[in-house]
Design a protein around this ligand. Structure first.
Ligand SMILES: Cc1cc2nc3c(=O)[nH]c(=O)nc-3n(C[C@H](O)[C@H](O)[C@H](O)COP(=O)(O)OP(=O)(O)OC[C@H]3O[C@@H](n4cnc5c(N)ncnc54)[C@H](O)[C@@H]3O)c2cc1C
Ligand code: FES
Length: 288
């Protein structure tokens, strides 16, 4: 039987653009002590771990696949992917900000301080910034805000201006606001007062574009906000990146559970979010 008989055979769909230059970080399985683990609101927890040198080499937008303790008697199958929320190289720490949604994350939430967490990573291809950018816009909602968090570090490193638009149900769920406020301008838009409506976010983006404050777009966490940035990016010729979230199994490339469709030069391509992403070109992604 030839390789083409297997739907899951590597590189039958699209051409994998991965190169060691794009993702030079080695991944490893490590056992890391939990430094702190606190609720930030009724749904999200902030997990800080003491990281190994390899884990600390994580780039913004990359993720770790975490082995979650069971919240009950039965076993948890598969690890759960979580983006890096903050890379604190000075103190040797990696931080995660995650939402408790199911058994995996509920189990994760039981991990006490000083316990060890088993994680594999850093994984995937993260965000990139062109040093020629003067000012960029990050637009996130929900768990997407956690994934966009390290953009605040990237912009500081590259001395690029940043406006972060954080969309949330209510003020309680506007997370990472301090992190973004330290790095640039922060605008919260809420469901509770109607400011999160796409038309309002569009008006904010158009204003930033008109003031020369949108050399690039970065987004995560909402399909409608992704579609908005993609449309405005196309209209104004603004480059951009989107971090996609997709249910994963291996997170290393071979299982093809995480495949999504992209459009490259008018041609549909299937790509694996775990190793060809999770960060993709805004115009090539088709949303979810
Ligand atoms: C690359 C990547 C980075 C991520 N980063 C973060 C992060 O920084 N913070 C965070 O809170 N979450 C993040 N997620 C989502 C996180 O992986 C899921 O919420 C988690 O796996 C759910 O596990 P669970 O067992 O608690 O829930 P499950 O019982 O598996 O699922 C509960 C609900 O969550 C949905 N769900 C499960 N996995 C995903 C997923 N991957 N994406 C979207 N919905 C999902 C299910 O459809 C179901 O409705 C990320 C996902 C990916 C792929
Ligand atoms: S999760 Fe297995 S290939 Fe992506």
């Amino acid at each position: 039987m030839t390789a083409s008989a297997f739907a899951s055979a590597p590189f039958l769909v699209g051409q994998s653009p991965i190169s060691s230059a794009q993702n030079p970080t080695p991944a490893e399985e490590s056992l890391c002590p939990v430094v702190s683990h606190r609720w930030v609101n009724s749904e999200y927890k902030h997990l800080v771990i003491e990281a190994s040198p390899t884990a600390l080499s994580a780039k913004p937008g990359q993720f770790f696949n975490l082995l979650c303790p069971s919240p009950d008697e039965s076993e948890i199958w598969l690890r759960r992917p979580q983006s890096v929320y903050r890379i604190d190289r000075e103190n040797g720490r990696i931080e995660f900000l995650y939402k408790c949604v199911g058994r995996g994350t509920r189990g994760l939430a039981t991990l006490a301080e000083k316990k060890l967490i088993n994680m594999v990573g850093p994984l995937g291809i993260g965000f990139s910034i062109d040093p020629a950018f003067k000012h960029i816009v990050a637009l996130g909602r929900g768990v997407g805000i956690a994934t966009l968090g390290p953009i605040s570090q990237l912009t500081r490193d590259f001395k690029v201006g940043l406006t972060a638009i954080l969309s949330a149900r209510s003020p309680d769920f506007v997370m990472a606001d301090k992190l973004f406020a330290q790095a640039g301008d922060m605008i919260a838009v809420l469901d509770s007062d109607g400011t999160s409506a796409v038309a309002n976010v569009e008006a904010i983006l158009e204003r930033l574009i008109a003031h020369g404050k949108a050399d690039a777009f970065y987004t995560c966490g909402s399909n409608r906000l992704f579609q908005l940035m993609k449309r405005l990016g196309k209209k104004h010729d603004i480059p951009g990146q989107v971090a996609m979230e997709q249910i994963m199994a291996c997170a290393l490339g071979p299982c093809y559970v995480c495949v999504r469709t992209f459009e490259v030069d008018g041609r549909k391509e299937l790509r694996r979010v775990c190793i060809e992403g999770p960060v993709f070109d805004l115009q090539e992604a088709l949303g979810w």
